[in-house]
Design a binder for this molecule. Structure first.
Ligand SMILES: [Zn+2]
Length: 87
């Protein structure tokens, strides 16, 4: 498998478009997507660890269990069965 094939396959798997005339742009879109995934605590254990370690730095925090609140919903990092929702 060539580098080009690998990049195209990763784009297909992740539902991203690629541009044969813009290989750098294609790679950058792929990297940007992977970084977003890596920073999402709903997906990434590393993101959860960062939030747990630096939780106080986050803008919104659950008033009950102190987990981060994303999209108005407590992420319940410690699995406390917290169901806090904003609003
Ligand atoms: Zn909570």
């Amino acid at each position: 498998m060539t580098y080009k094939q690998v990049i195209e396959e990763l784009c297909v798997v992740n539902f991203l478009s690629w541009d044969h005339d813009d290989p750098m742009g294609t790679v950058m879109r792929l990297l940007e997507y992977e970084v977003q995934l890596a920073l999402d605590p709903r997906i990434s254990k590393q993101a959860v660890d960062l939030i747990t370690q630096y939780g106080g730095c986050f803008e919104r925090q659950c008033p009950i269990c102190e987990s981060p609140v994303i999209d108005g919903k407590c992420q319940d990092i410690g699995n406390n069965n917290c169901t806090y929702t904003e609003g």
